[in-house]
Design a binder for this molecule. Structure first.
Ligand code: 9Z3
Length: 413
């Protein structure tokens, strides 16, 4: 979209591209089921007068083929989202956890497959109450009998040294489940993420200002529109014409193009394989994803508190990009972070200014951190291992202030 358009035209273009996006992209098959689950969840918490936060987490994919073999991914393990969700639950919120399928989840993240494999925290044990025969039948091997009897009642147990931290996590997890405080909704592609976000935002409307959006998912800025999406796996080599002629759908097979053809075809194809024998190039041509944050703020969730994240790698851009996002979308808070320091340093940017937050334990490692680069001192410093233990109480405080302001406005009206 041209950035130079006057604001009223810019918003019209935005409007059109957003509605065009939803009209032309396929609705995810899971949407109805997700909406039904979310509605029931929200009704319960509205009736219990509980605040609800939608936490988005993990990266969205951009498929290159309809029957997807290859896709572009956005970086995110889901640590920020999963950790934040736990702190929101602790602060009394119910959490809708809109997450990339198979990324980290609240609670189970502590024993994930990659960092702390749960199998390493378990050991085999056998019950000792089984009666062991003292006299073995003639000719039998007593040791083997004994072993056999004991192994009839195997158990799995957690060694003492792991028990306390595991019990703490288990109890929190059980509590969240028992009170139906955590709803897990998975997505994979950018399209399924956006459809689901829109749908759930509408479902959350009865919450009014008791709703919060905490958008930590790493969302793609670019995608392949359906009009240019091929059905089958992109081929890297020439397909003989005789094979192409026999296909019902010739769309995918036309991807190998001659140099002179490429210009004319550029409108039609997302991905092009330039000729050159075995080492052919793949040229990817993507469209911008319409700016959905604006729509969320203005139309889908006008009463909710909306917090977005901004991820950068160049420290000199971070503050500028956070402020730009706040100006563009007029939401409540942007939390900026750098890829390299995201686990111990973030910056809060709102209309009042910016506030750096940093964990104490990393004070010696601040070289290259955004605060060090910009010469800013952290305003909030915290102990502990997880920066989310500082981020979430700050967000909750701001949410309470917003709710207070809105209730004063309602009284004055
Ligand atoms: C973030 O900045 C998250 O903090 C991280 C978390 C992705 C860095 P991990 O999951 O990483 O702990 O490994 N999210 C970026 C959110 C994003 O893509 N925002 C969009 C943007 O910057 C706008 S909503 O344009």
């Amino acid at each position: 979209m041209p950035e130079s358009l006057p604001p009223h035209l810019q918003s019209t273009v935005n409007e059109l591209s957003e509605s065009h996006y939803f009209e032309t992209n396929p609705c995810p098959p899971s949407l109805k089921a997700h909406a039904a689950a979310a509605s029931a969840f929200i009704s319960q918490h509205v009736s219990q007068n509980r605040r609800v936060v939608l936490v988005s987490s993990g990266g969205t994919t951009v498929p290159l083929e309809n029957q997807t073999v290859r896709f572009i991914d956005n970086f995110s393990a889901g640590t920020r989202g999963a950790t934040s969700a736990e702190y929101f639950l602790e602060a009394g919120y119910a959490v809708i956890f809109l997450h990339r399928q198979f990324s980290l989840l609240p609670y189970s993240r502590h024993y994930s497959h990659s960092t702390n494999c749960f199998l390493d925290f378990l050991e085999e044990a056998y019950t000792t109450t089984t009666t062991i025969p003292t006299i073995s039948p003639p000719g039998s091997n007593r040791a083997a009998d004994r072993e056999e009897v004991e192994k009839e009642n195997p158990r799995i147990q957690v060694p003492q040294q792991y028990l306390t931290p595991m019990l703490t996590v288990l109890r929190k997890y059980r509590r969240a489940k028992a009170h139906n405080l955590l709803l897990l909704l998975p997505f994979t592609t950018i399209t399924s993420y956006l459809f689901t976000l829109r749908e759930i935002a509408m479902c959350m409307r009865p919450l009014g200002d008791m709703a919060m959006f905490y958008l930590a998912a790493a969302v793609s800025d670019f995608f392949v529109p359906p009009s240019r999406m091929v059905e089958h796996k992109i081929q890297s080599g020439e397909i003989p014409q005789s094979v192409l002629d026999g296909r019902k759908d010739g769309k995918a097979a036309k991807l190998v193009v001659k140099d002179e053809e490429r210009e004319q075809r550029s409108e039609k194809e997302p991905v092009k394989v330039a000729p050159g024998g075995a080492g052919q190039k793949l040229v990817v041509d993507l469209d911008p994803v319409p700016k959905f944050l604006k729509k969320l703020v203005e139309a889908w969730a006008p009463d909710a508190m909306i917090i977005s994240f901004k991820l950068e790698t160049d420290p000199s851009l971070l503050l500028h990009k956070c402020r730009q996002s706040l100006d563009r979308y007029s939401h409540h808070l942007v939390i900026g972070n750098l890829l390299s320091t995201r686990k111990y340093e973030v910056v809060f940017v709102d209309r009042q200014g910016e506030q750096w937050i940093r964990l104490h334990r990393y004070d010696d490692e601040t070289d290259g951190s955004s605060a060090a680069v910009t010469g800013q001192q952290p305003i909030v410093e915290g102990e502990g291992d997880e920066i989310e233990s500082i981020i979430i109480p700050q967000c909750v405080r701001r949410h309470e202030e917003l709710m207070m302001r809105k209730s004063v406005e309602r009284v004055e009206r």
